[in-house]
Design a protein. Structure first.
Ligand code: ZN
Length: 444
């Protein structure tokens, strides 16, 4: 080969899937990773010197809301994700069975970012929904729209893009909590239907059918479904107790009712720890209200770190307090999560969790060249949580280059942080927080 398309040289390559953490070069041609080696000698049309930087698989944000113009929460994926180093996003249930084709045609097909999706159990998804807290009313107000067959059919017909089922458990969006347990039960039964259909249609062994299974992502805040279930009543559902290995529990570090930390003892509930041992995955889903420094610090004391780091990026939080995925990753680095584990939580773990582990989240020769270059910038960075509590970070991830299938995309800057205006809005929630610092933050 006389000349290849791209050479990324001299970076510290961290690729958890392949157990790689070394300084080397990456050669890319025709959108595919050609080789990774020391001192590659190919001539390239584009050479990028990544000296002093981290080179990782294209970042994956497994909880974003990108159904712009069709849902109040939607943001533009290329503007807010790809331009910050994120090559794959998974929409967190913005679309349901009735509205999914719009997400495919108007968003996924038109974005450079790879867009995948969890399908909402409610037919209309989040077409009329904002954040779960605050405004009354939401997508689960009527169980007439929670239709298992439609959800399962839509998933099976669109497995190239849909990776699982989404349900939001908050009493305010489920007729004051009346419909939550039933919606949760119906969501779990979608999984059973898919499992059964796969088993008979493909006539595979049980193991293969299990592999074809899809996970559910559950949002669990201010819910009537208990975090800790202290009885053996089989009719009572718990969350995370009734999740299966591989299911994702999102908004893990929120400080409100249904928090994973017992507000009286300030320790993590045993049902939460048991579920982690069984293989339930804990996702960040930072959002506008779902990350509290105090909760995250209590968890970090026992190395209870997230399995997947995601933003829950939407129209209300990309200006802060979530900003973008590298900022949310920086918060976990500050909490003591080891660097390689932070990278794993935005590459190999989310890729495997959504059933794409053999295709993305890795830097394997022969795979699509989704590559992110990050710098660890040192300094003094005051950073707010969702309730305007501030911690000072001494380093942050700063994206410097990204390629999606070998194509370079320009990097942009996030909104300057901390965003004092957003903070003064968010600090109004203070009285509703169960796990928080002793003193109310002063927003100057
Ligand atoms: Zn969300």
């Amino acid at each position: 080969m006389s000349q290849i398309d791209l050479l990324v040289k001299n970076g510290r390559i961290i690729d958890p899937t392949n157990g790689v953490d070394t300084v080397a070069d990456i050669a890319v041609n025709d959108g595919i990773i050609l080789s990774i080696d020391n001192n590659i000698q190919f001539q390239a049309k584009e050479t990028f010197d990544a000296g002093g930087c981290l080179v990782t698989p294209g970042l994956i944000d497994c909880h974003v809301h990108c159904y712009q113009y069709s849902t109040p929460l939607g943001i533009n994926p290329d503007e807010h994700c790809l331009s910050r180093g994120v090559t794959t996003i998974v929409d967190g249930g913005s679309a349901g069975a009735s509205t999914f084709q719009g997400l495919r045609r108007y968003i996924a097909d038109r974005s450079k970012t790879r867009v995948l999706a969890f399908l909402h159990i409610a037919q209309h998804g989040l077409a009329a929904a904002g954040c779960a807290s605050g405004a009354p009313g939401g997508e689960l107000d009527s169980l007439n729209v929670v239709t298992v067959d439609d959800c399962a059919k839509c998933i099976l017909e669109n497995r190239d893009m849909i990776v699982g089922v989404k349900v939001r458990l908050s009493d305010s969006i489920a007729d004051n909590g009346k419909n939550e347990a039933e919606a949760y039960r119906q969501t779990i039964s979608v999984i059973e239907i898919i499992f059964t259909i796969n088993y008979f249609v493909y006539r595979r062994a049980l193991l293969a059918a299990k592999k074809a299974d899809v996970p559910i992502m559950v949002h669990h805040t201010m819910s009537t479904v208990k975090t800790q279930v202290d009885n053996d009543d089989p009719t009572e559902l718990g969350c995370p107790r009734d999740l299966r290995p591989g299911d994702l529990y999102t908004h893990t570090f929120h400080p409100y009712r249904s928090c994973i930390v017992d507000p009286d003892t300030l320790t993590i509930y045993s049902d939460v720890i048991e579920a982690k041992k069984r293989g339930v995955l804990y996702d960040v889903g930072h959002g506008q209200g779902s990350f509290g420094w105090t909760v995250a610090e209590i968890c970090a004391r026992t190395q209870f770190y997230p399995d997947t780091i995601s933003t829950d990026l939407h129209s209300g939080n990309h200006i802060g307090p979530a900003y973008d995925l590298p900022i949310v990753m920086s918060k976990f680095l500050h909490l003591g999560m080891p660097l390689v584990d932070v990278i794993r939580a935005v590459t190999s773990t989310p890729a495997k969790a959504i059933g794409w582990g053999s295709r993305i989240g890795c830097l394997t020769p022969g795979k699509e060249a989704d590559i992110t270059v990050l710098k660890l910038k040192e300094g003094r960075f005051p950073m707010e949580d969702c309730q305007s509590q501030v911690r000072v970070l001494d380093k942050i991830f700063k994206p410097v280059a990204v390629w999606r299938a070998g194509n370079s995309h320009p990097i942009t800057e996030p909104t300057p942080f901390p965003n004092l205006e957003a903070m003064s809005q968010n600090s109004r929630e203070w009285d509703n927080i169960l796990v928080k610092d002793k003193a109310r933050p002063v927003v100057k």
